[in-house]
Design a binder for this molecule. Structure first.
Ligand SMILES: [Fe+2]
Ligand SMILES: [Fe+2]
Length: 184
């Protein structure tokens, strides 16, 4: 499915962000200054690219067809697995944002530690989550969905990708990612 190939590429980009964020966290752990402005950009990358752009396609197009057509196994995997993890990720990002705000008011060790904890909490969660989708959820969809359903998901994802608003979001955040990697 072209939509799944695209989502796997997005997983690669999300894991690139996790890798560069881990470098930043290690530097902060070793005493480098906290950069609240960059961290707020990372939070926006996660919300706009990883969550709205990527999880958005899973939640709107792929997962509903799987839960509708593939029975209990898909229902468990999606509703009690993948969607729960999407929400856990949102929790980490909200807590990261709160930690950055707290650090700006009070640059204490405790607030610095909260930044590292939530940033890496999001990263570790998304590493496992994207791997599970690559290894289990996506192959299940490829194997079990009818050609008609696959075509429907592909068409919906293609028109989403072609929407100028979404092109802009994708380009903006992929260049931000490249900039961060260059600085790392
Ligand atoms: Fe997901
Ligand atoms: Fe995903």
């Amino acid at each position: 499915m072209v939509s799944i190939e695209l989502m796997k590429e997005e997983h690669v980009n999300i894991r690139r962000m996790i890798a560069v964020l881990q470098k930043r966290c290690i530097a902060m752990m070793n005493g480098a200054p906290v950069d609240p402005a960059e961290l707020r950009q990372v939070i926006s990358f996660i919300r706009e690219y990883s969550d709205a752009h990527h999880h958005g396609k899973e939640e709107q197009f792929l997962f509903p067809v799987m839960t509708e057509k593939l029975g209990r196994v898909a229902d468990n995997l999606i509703n009690h697995g993948m969607l729960v993890e999407h929400d856990l990720g949102r929790g980490h990002v909200l807590a990261l944002e709160e930690a950055v705000t707290a650090y700006e008011k009070d640059p204490s060790d405790a607030n610095r530690l909260d930044i590292l904890t939530e940033a890496m909490g999001w990263g570790k969660l998304l590493e496992r989550h994207t791997k599970k989708e690559d290894d289990v959820v996506y192959p299940f969809a490829e194997r079990a969905l009818s050609q008609e359903d696959k075509d429907r998901v592909d068409a919906a994802c293609t028109s989403f990708e072609e929407d100028p608003k979404n092109v802009e979001i994708r380009d903006k955040w992929l260049s931000f990612l490249e900039e961060m990697e260059k600085k790392a």
